[in-house]
Design a protein around this ligand. Structure first.
Ligand code: ZN
Length: 64
């Protein structure tokens, strides 16, 4: 088994200034994304699934 960082799962987040789900530009890589997700139910759903997948893979919390 090889251990991968960052690229685990189906979403490859290559640019923190863009939403990985809908490719929209974000004002700020941190809070801009949170605000974007809250304003876009579709992205919110995908973000939740992505986060759960990361948590499942890592077996712990995913913190910034
Ligand atoms: Zn989005």
């Amino acid at each position: 088994m090889s251990y991968q960082t960052q690229t685990t799962g189906t979403t490859s987040w290559t640019n923190p200034e863009r939403c990985p789900f809908c490719d929209a530009g974000l004002e700020d890589g941190g809070w801009g994304f949170i605000a974007h997700v809250r304003a876009n139910p579709q992205c919110s759903t995908e973000y939740d699934m992505w986060r759960e997948q990361i948590a499942g893979d890592m077996g712990g919390e995913w913190g910034g």
